[in-house]
Ligand binder design. Structure first.
Ligand code: SF4
Length: 679
């Protein structure tokens, strides 16, 4: 007999939908949206609605611990017991520590599940106690825009995405929202039904761009110039709000001195857009009230990414349009009173433990260029061989037989295939967890709807058992999942309204809000949390963290012998590289989109497949000639597995891991230069 249970989607997506899960005989048989989260209104994306059952119960699911029995990469594994797996890990890791020291061990994890417990809780307690090398993960994604926002406004959340529904102008900037931000789009549609305008900034004509009143297609990495030109044109229009700026903005004169070097005509040429479009955009920004700007991940992933985000989020500050209804939809994470030190027990970290940038791990593995070198990695919540830049280097590093690899995942991914011991993790349908969001201000809690499949275990229990095997007997390693929830969020914070984190209702999300219940919004019930208490268009804090160049946004031009810019938008079939389990098109290579004139110039009309290459590698992809991509730019969806490619490499083989963004040493996925020829 089937029944329904409440759930939460944990995938790497800003919407964090509430779910209704139909269960029959301990199997997930149907997943749909629920009303527990008012923001998502019972609507979920097709990916999760159609493929969750296979994700949980399909042939790719890991059900037992495995041990590699052939050469690395041979994909030959034998089933082993949990006891055998834990013993093997203990012996190999203590051997590494004895030979190379504690910092030769490292977690290599990222953002598979977004529940606070599965993401990193007991896991980091374990690594902190072990004294393993620390990992700076944000540079892979998110830290650039986070730093840009915090440098400008401080650690406060941007406006909730619900504001888009009332906006007179919505600006979707570098955000493939139809694929990655479904409910923001629903709110934008509501605004448009009321007569609101939509401007989209994206080098691709995405689906949301097709619906826009104005679509600007700047060359990748030139967003900062577009932002400067808009600031200049707004000044010419007399739209700068002098009173607001005098009271609440610092660094205005320095910012505008830089911006005035890029009036619309000049910026238009550098960006490859029409100057008249910049002027129209500026006029609409000046006229619109309320105004909502929703930057996505697209613009941060370039050498000028931090500057691009700073220039975009400066616009409402220049206009004085920050209020209960106007603002920037960004950094919702700051709405949640998280207590990460308590959750992950940072006090256990031995003094002077080194921190490594996740983007540099491929180089460290391949070259042994650090002391001590890395000799044991725990890969969890992550598929590094698919998602890291410079894929060939990462592959070489992970193929080394002298580096011990532990893999923890729900599915046999291409990274798990390289591991020495593979541990089966439970999915979010099988775990307790607490779910903040990076796209809205609602906190949710989930309980298991089915028991763990096979011998799989929640990440928290896996690391509890590892801690016990390593002899860690501190009480923090015995904490239950409920206790971890109460360590994850400050239950005494006013936004929690007296609700204990572990007691948040599973059938009603809790909005992070002050006691009067009004949504969080800058210059309504929040003020900037920068050192000066003002909006900082010039930031000494950013200069201290990332170097003097980071004090102000700036443009670094790029010279390359390769003429085409490659960008990698999100797929509507995967969540990054999380393949939900269906073969329904997910196994196909993502085609390369190329403008007809670029194809003609290379005599590629009629070509079925092409070789995309640069000095880092070469990838064969099917060709799709379309004017949905601007001239000079080619695009292919991110997250494709290596098996989809006849060369066994995907576009991340072409992305440099050494080129870093101007803030947070972030990845430059959308700032890759390539050439294309007939395959
Ligand atoms: S992937 Fe995003 S839109 Fe789809 S169900 Fe999960 S949270 Fe909702």
């Amino acid at each position: 007999m089937s029944f329904e249970r409440a759930g939460v989607c944990t995938l790497d997506c800003p919407d964090t939908c509430s779910l209704t899960v139909t269960v029959d005989a301990d199997r997930v048989v149907k997943v749909r949206g629920s009303d527990a989260l008012p923001y998502t209104e019972g609507v979920i994306c097709n990916k999760v609605a159609h493929h969750s059952c296979e994700f949980v119960h399909g042939s790719r699911r890991l059900r037992t611990p495995l041990k590699r029995i052939g050469p690395r990469g041979s994909e030959r594994f034998a089933r082993i017991s949990w006891e055998h797996a834990l013993d093997t890990i203990y012996q190999r890791v203590t051997g590494v520590i004895g030979r190379w020291g504690r910092e030769a061990v490292m977690p290599l994890n990222y953002a598979g599940p977004h529940g606070m417990l599965a993401y990193d809780s007991m896991s980091l307690r374990f690594f902190h106690k072990l004294g393993a090398s620390l990992l700076f993960r944000g540079s892979m994604c998110g830290a650039v825009r986070n730093e840009a926002w915090v440098g400008t406004y401080g650690g406060v959340p941007g406006i909730g995405p619900e504001a888009a529904a009332q906006a007179k102008l919505n600006v979707v900037w570098g955000n493939n929202a139809t694929v990655t931000n479904v409910h923001l789009v629903r709110n934008i549609h509501a605004s448009r039904r009321r007569g609101g305008r939509l401007v989209v900034v994206d080098p691709l004509r995405t689906k949301i761009a097709e619906q826009a009143d104005l679509h600007l297609t700047p060359r990748p990495s030139t967003d900062v110039l577009l932002g400067f030109a808009l600031a200049v044109e707004l000044e010419r229009l007399g739209a700068h709000n002098a009173a607001f700026i005098a009271k609440h903005v610092s660094g205005y004169d320095e910012f505008m001195r830089l911006a005035r070097d890029w009036p619309p005509e000049k910026a238009a040429e550098a960006c490859g857009v029409a100057a008249s479009d910049i002027c129209t955009f500026a006029r609409w920004l000046a006229e619109a009230d309320p105004l909502v700007i929703a930057p996505g991940n697209g613009l941060e992933r370039s050498r000028n990414g931090g500057s691009g985000v700073r220039a975009a989020v400066a616009l409402p500050a220049l206009l004085g349009k920050l209020s209960a209804t106007s603002g920037v939809v960004l950094c919702a994470r700051f709405a949640f009173p998280k207590t990460p030190d308590k959750l992950t027990r940072t006090d256990l970290i031995p003094a002077s433990t080194r921190t490594l940038n996740i983007l540099d791990i491929g180089r460290h593995l391949e070259r042994d260029d650090i002391d001590p070198p890395l000799r044991a990695l725990f890969i969890y919540n992550h598929n590094p061989i698919v998602v890291h830049p410079d894929q060939n280097r990462m592959r070489k590093g992970l193929l080394r037989e002298d580096i011990f690899l532990v893999g923890i995942d729900v599915a046999m991914t291409e990274s798990m295939q390289l591991c020495d011991v593979v541990l089966p993790a439970a999915t979010h349908f099988e775990c307790d967890d607490l779910y903040p969001s990076y796209g809205h201000h609602w906190l949710q809690r989930g309980e298991p709807v089915i028991p763990p499949v096979g011998e799989s275990l929640p990440n928290t229990e896996i690391f509890r058992r590892l801690a016990a095997r390593f002899g860690f007997d501190d009480t923090c390693f015995k904490a239950t999942d409920r206790e971890l929830m109460d360590a994850a969020i400050d239950g005494a914070h006013p936004y929690m309204q007296g609700v204990k984190p572990s007691e948040v209702s599973t059938s009603a999300a809790l909005r992070m809000a002050p006691p009067d219940g009004r949504p969080l919004a800058l210059f309504d019930n929040l003020m900037p949390a920068t050192p000066s208490g003002k909006i900082e268009l010039a930031s000494d804090a950013l200069a201290q963290r990332w170097g003097p160049h980071a004090r102000l946004p700036r443009f670094r031009p790029r010279a390359s012998e390769f003429p085409l810019a490659l960008v990698s938008p999100a797929s509507d079939k995967r969540i990054t590289s999380t393949w939900l389990g269906s073969d329904d098109g997910n196994g196909e290579p993502s085609p390369l989109l190329m403008h007809p004139e670029d194809a003609r110039a290379r005599r590629l009309d009629g070509a079925k497949s092409v070789r995309v290459w640069n000095d880092l590698g070469s990838v064969i992809l099917p060709l799709r000639i379309t004017d949905a991509v601007r001239r000079g730019v080619v695009a292919s969806e991110k997250g494709a597995w290596l098996a989809t490619s006849e060369t066994g490499t995907t576009i991340n083989a072409l992305v440099s891991a050494d080129d870093k963004a101007d803030l947070a040493k972030g990845a430059c996925y959308n700032d890759t230069r390539v050439e294309v020829e007939l395959a």
